[in-house]
Design a protein around this ligand. Structure first.
Ligand code: HPA
Length: 245
């Protein structure tokens, strides 16, 4: 089974023939919403909206542990996370899709591990390569088959939000080596890694990061939503192709 976590601009998956919804309780509380089960191209999919139905849960308040625990309980073959980002690298323009291969964590105060209790043995999870290469290849192949352009690789900077960054913060992230910036990449991918899930992300560039691009004005949010809506058609094409094999 393929699991999809939908982010901003993807609160549902219109190509999904829904069979049922299931509320899953976890030792970490409730996920962002019920899991939606259905089929795309006769292939089983489970979908979870990261920000809940109606996009009500801000990035810092998402129960990442419950979401990942709930999906892991279904033992999916792959988890594809869709996430909006701001483009820092000059090549990462609004509307483009990127499959990141690295991440830097700038978040704080989030529940970021399944191994926090002193009653558990200390567990050091190898995080050298945070995203599952098998899932990355699976997405890249699906994109190729679907004739959708994606950028293979890039460093995702995960910021706390919900405010956007200052121009100076973006300069700093760039100096750190980041190519894109988003608010939900962490701890999601780390939790998936802790449980051994095959997880990778389709990052959708929604805007130029703060202080970048030709606009001297703040990030035009209405434009951002329009770009996301358009790019989600490309994401859906990739997912429809991915569901075939
Ligand atoms: N910054 C942080 N998160 C984001 C952005 C951004 O510019 N765009 C979409 N998610």
């Amino acid at each position: 089974m393929l699991a999809v976590i939908g982010g901003s601009g993807m609160a549902q998956l219109p190509c999904l023939e829904i069979s049922h919804r299931q509320i899953i309780r976890t030792p970490y509380g409730e996920p962002s919403g019920p899991l939606t089960f259905g089929k795309i191209n006769n292939h089983e999919i489970v979908f979870l909206a990261r920000h809940g139905h109606g996009h009500i849960i801000p990035p810092h308040a998402v129960n990442y542990r419950a979401n990942i625990w709930a999906l892991n309980s279904l033992k999916p073959k792959h988890v594809i996370a869709v996430a909006a980002v701001g483009g820092i690298h000059a090549d990462f323009k609004p509307g483009m899709l990127v499959i990141p291969d690295q991440i830097i964590d700038y978040t704080y105060g989030r529940k970021f591990t399944f191994f926090e209790g002193t009653e558990q043995p200390i567990t050091y999870t190898d995080f050298t390569y945070p995203y599952c290469q098998i899932t990355r290849d699976y997405i890249l192949e699906a994109a190729k088959q679907a004739n959708e352009a994606v950028i293979d690789g890039g460093v995702y900077a995960a910021t706390q939000g919900p405010r956007l960054e200052t121009a100076a913060e973006i300069n700093r992230l760039e100096r750190d080596g980041a190519d894109m910036v988003g608010m939900t990449g962490m701890p999601e991918v780390a939790l998936a890694k802790e449980l051994g899930l095959c997880y990778a992300t389709i990052a959708v560039v929604a805007n130029h990061a703060a202080g970048r691009g030709s606009s001297v004005l703040a990030i035009p949010l209405a434009e951002v939503y329009a770009i996301l809506e358009k790019a989600m058609v490309n994401v859906r094409n990739i997912l429809q192709q991915a569901a075939k094999y």
